[in-house]
Design a protein around this ligand. Structure first.
Ligand code: SF4
Length: 62
């Protein structure tokens, strides 16, 4: 089965601008305020860059 990027909201402190938003090469992550980011699954190419970048492991390719 193909992997999908999941946001693990419980891992995200939701207290800062998400650094992974800047790392995504296709602009598939968006953040409203300091909330956990959301994924546009149509844009996401499942490269895993955001998942590797998030220090809280709040983005998981699985
Ligand atoms: S897996 Fe890659 S393409 Fe998908 S949201 Fe993360 S950085 Fe963007």
């Amino acid at each position: 089965m193909e992997k999908k990027l999941n946001v693990i909201v419980e891992n995200c402190p939701q207290s800062h601008p998400c650094p992974s938003v800047q790392v995504c090469p296709v602009g598939a992550l968006t953040q409203e305020g300091f909330r956990a980011p959301t994924v546009d699954h149509d844009k996401c190419i499942r490269c895993g860059k955001c998942a590797n970048f998030c220090p809280k492991k709040a983005l998981k390719l699985e």
